[in-house]
Design a protein around this ligand. Sequence first.
Ligand SMILES: [Zn+2]
Ligand SMILES: [Zn+2]
Length: 314
Amino acid sequence: MFRNLVLIALFLTAIPYLASAQSFRIVPLGVKGGIDESNLSAYMLAPAGSNRYICLDAGTLHAGIEKAISSKVFNISAEQVLRQYIKGYFISHAHLDHVAGLIINSPDDTAKNIYALASTINTLKTDYFTWESWANFADDGEAPLIKKYHYQILKPDSTIAIKNTEMQVTAYPLSHSNLTSTAFLVSNKGNYILYLGDTGPDAIKKSENLHNLWEAITPLVKNGRLKAIMIEVSFPNEQPDKTLFGHLTPNWLMTEMDDLAALCGTDALKNFNLIITHVKPPQDNIDKLKAQLISQNKLHFNLIFPEQGKIINL
Ligand SMILES: [Zn+2]
Ligand SMILES: [Zn+2]
């Protein structure tokens, strides 16, 4: 009896600890890497207990918010989520599957920042927010300027505060297709999440971008402050290297994770949250790449396959 009471007391004292142990909340608005225009890369991210979100990429906004509302993640209207909860956009690169939702929703949106590397902002400025392809909702580029969005250029490796949120961000360049994509390292109160936009493996891209990123995060993996890595796997292993177009397969992801493990040790990666993004239809390929990842998970990651509108608490 006394022992049970002690256990109950221990459990009760652990509750606040368990609650405060949560660091971030992710609401996936879109999880796929192509074809299904109602479910393309976009992830709302906020500190646990906060509604001051950023949106990491913006391929799909409205359809994802509606899905999250029907899953009871939000109890306000889709319009309010878009206008009030999303405080800024982080665009990894300007491919349409990462920006279509932002462009289509722009007439109904509120004033906020768009954060990206200079090359990505340049594409938004010269190809999308123009009066030929849409309307210029930004504060730079073709006149007249509606000035709803402010372009905030991120410099690689430098950290800035994210406006109207409690979070900070550092951007790192990635090699993808013929252009530079971006990884965003987001922090709040000493806890971190790493989100990678589309990227190919270093070996194929003849690049050191991923290796440099792994070096940058190694101290955070070792001390347990990095809560998750969100990284793409676009194709199953059957995709030939010459048609990867700057993407990863399960084999290539695990090659990169071996590189990370060589820096931070395998113990630090056991049960580490690895969130798999940008899975490309058809569904047969998605099923195949998921099975391959599970069978090749020799580092024992906690593999997470996000679903549109389903909250991930970290
Ligand atoms: Zn993409
Ligand atoms: Zn892309």
